[in-house]
Design a protein around this ligand. Structure first.
Ligand code: 5RP
Length: 253
């Protein structure tokens, strides 16, 4: 059972309503308190993780952190980290990562996640599964009762005969009223196809009913030829930091 700590925001809650981006920043800064000099760090992707990367760079430039090696989870984060002067490497050189900090699209009470609505799930999963510690940073809007019950469950697929793979994915979850949609850049069916950093496509699965056991669903997706990876991150997060209007909640595995 995950353990839960709560704390007041610093400064304490005021009548001011914080924006979603301010909450993301609060969660990100809290996570960066766990970064120590000499660490190999997985650098996440998305608007929440961006704040963590900014903060790490700030502490490096202030001399409060030293000898950090960052391993970015996307080309976008790579660019951000290069522009901020964070030394970078990869999993080939550093197969064990001390700590990764990343956002998520959904988090349930067992700290299972949906990730990849930003499109970077494959590199995120590779790097975050190589971590000793994985801190997830979210605002409270990301908390759900069951992952996959609301919004897209992204699946990265090879472009070759993607319609075949999309149809097989949809059939797999027929019992859950699944609708599988190829992701486009503008969100419309005839828009330009979204291409991941790895040259693949994303099929988003939308479920009308509960998919049942997540591990079973995960295994079934991964058994399909044509699938590269999916956005269910089961049993991977070691800590989730949630920033809400009333303060920060820290959930540990
Ligand atoms: C990208 C991700 C992101 O972590 C996720 O989409 C959350 O993004 P944001 O912090 O912008 O809400 O998985 O692939």
């Amino acid at each position: 059972m995950p353990s839960i700590e709560s704390g007041a925001l610093s400064p304490p809650p005021s009548p001011l309503i914080l924006t979603q981006d301010e909450l993301k920043k609060i969660a990100a800064y809290k996570a960066v308190e766990s970064v120590q000099s000499g660490m190999v760090l997985g650098l996440g992707t998305g608007s929440t993780a961006k704040h963590a990367v900014d903060r790490i760079a700030e502490l490096l430039h202030q001399g409060k952190l030293k000898n950090i090696i960052g391993i970015p989870t996307s080309k976008k984060t790579h660019q951000q980290a290069v522009s901020l002067g964070i030394p970078l490497s990869d999993l080939d050189s550093y197969p064990v990562v001390d700590l990764a900090i990343d956002g998520a699209d959904e988090v349930d009470s067992n700290l299972n996640l949906v990730k990849g609505r930003g499109g970077s799930l494959l590199r995120e999963k590779m790097i975050e599964s190589a971590c000793k510690k994985f801190i997830v940073i979210v605002d409270e809007s990301k908390l759900v009762a069951h992952v996959g019950a609301s919004g897209a469950m992204p699946v990265e697929v090879v472009p070759f005969c993607w319609k075949f793979t999309q149809n097989r994915l949809q059939s797999l979850f027929d019992y859950a009223g699944c609708v599988a949609k190829l992701r486009s850049n503008n969100g419309t069916e005839d828009g330009e196809i979204f291409v991941t950093d790895n040259g693949n496509y994303i099929v988003d699965l939308f479920f009308k009913k509960d998919v049942g056991d997540l591990k079973t669903a995960s295994d079934a997706i991964l058994r399909l030829a044509g699938v590269v990876e999916h956005g269910m991150f089961l049993d991977m997060a070691t800590t989730v930091i949630v920033a809400g209007e009333l303060g920060i909640t820290i959930k540990n595995k």
